[in-house]
Design a protein around this ligand. Sequence first.
Ligand code: ME8
Length: 511
Amino acid sequence: MDPKAFYVTTPIYYVNDAPHVGTAYTTILADIVARYHRAMGEQVWFLTGTDEHGQKAADAAEKRGLTPRAHCDELSQRFRDTWARLGLAPDVFIRTTEARHAAVVQAVLADLWARGEIYKATYEGWYHVSDEIFVTEKEIEEKKIDPSKLKRISEENYFFRMGRQRDAIKAAVTSGRLDIRPESRRNEVLGFLEKDLGDLCISRPKARLSWGIELPFDRDYVTYVWFDALLNYVTGAGYRQDDAQFARTWPADLHLMGKDILTTHSIYWPAMLLAAGIPLPKRIVAHGWWLVAGGKMSKSVGNVVNPLAYADTFGVDALRWFFAREMAVGQDTEFSDERFRARYDGDLGNEWGNLLSRTVNMIGRFAGGKLPRPALALGGPSEPRTVAEALPKVVPGLVDDVAFHRIGEAAMELLRAGNRHVDVTQPWKAAKDPGKGPVVADALYTLAETVRIASALLAPILPTKGPEALRQLGADPSLDLRRALAWGVGAPGTAVVPGAVLFPRIEAPKA
Ligand code: ME8
């Protein structure tokens, strides 16, 4: 049987929002995860997609005079196009409006109904007429909802016995079988699990909302959008469609998302899976917000950053670098033009691009364009070599921790050591002294290995520039990452291939 693939997911995004920096971030983060695992020789299954049912999509379609399906087709395509423009290639782009997904949702619902995990009861509560949602007393108070907009409704609905699963979820989280990160979020979930979970209303009468998946046991109802949406993760892995595919993909290794939807993923979703007898995902990682001027980006404030503008001006790799290096997953982080430029000019231009061009240049001038054979180990291993040799031990753990800001920092530390090594060894001076051939050879080999290792390490984050740097060094971009991190893999005699400046200075005005 094929080995288990590393299965990483993003949330599936609501179609009504255009792709923005938040959704681009999670999708790029998942792409980086996918590339690191692939670079280490693993099979990967990377899923993203769109969440298309529910009231908001139905309303928006009506406003535009379109059928919900036509509306969703158009908006879902916008996500696909944006991800393609950003060079993201998920293995599956799932839409909740696909027939195969409806079949999975209905099969799960039928199964839960047959086993008594779903029951019918009267739901009574305050209904917000114009928003078409039930609101709690607490929400009415907090959001100061106008009482004239509220109607007391008593309605028959279907409920999922979520409360029954509380102890099982708690045991899974406590034991780490369901690993929730960061720690603060895990504690939040455990706190939530202290209370009675209650049952979950999972239906909407069609008379009120028809844009959804019909309940297989009552055609007058559709299922609640989250019940439908969460199941995308198993549909996209072949559940009830392709048993071999499902066996090699499920359980998900990593569900990535913003902290806004941690509860649905760490309570509703495990409860659904436990009730359906499907194994739990292994890990849930909730990242923080991209902030603008200290506040969350919001359409109403008008401070939403357009990731495409940055990708257009600085290149997709620069955007990916900023995302990976600037945010420690789990923390809120400021997105500013100034920080973006500092990362671009400082890290990419000054440390990496500069060391690459100096190295390739000097190998051209002082070593006939070929990687020299290192002749000496002057006074023990060089600083860059010492830094590089620590990497193989730490990199796999950092990948596992989704700690790309630390991988980025480790690569920069190596490049900084390389740039210092240029200043210390001054190969252009030594080259004037015929007796110092071995010193020059040693310095140039050290520099080439330094940039080669840093470039291989960065390639999953910068999938265009990383391989480009490696090609300039005559190195193989497809080498397994663990192998590529080893000092000494660069073969003496390899011809360097001088190329374009990796990160040209960009004088363009604010993106
Ligand atoms: O919640 N910073 O979809 P959604 C970082 N359809 N990430 C951000 C962000 C910000 N400022 N704003 C949004 C849904 N995000 C459901 C999910 S899954 C079964 C169903 C990201 O379109 C973050 O990943 O509202 C967040 O979780 C996601 O966008 C929400 O996307």
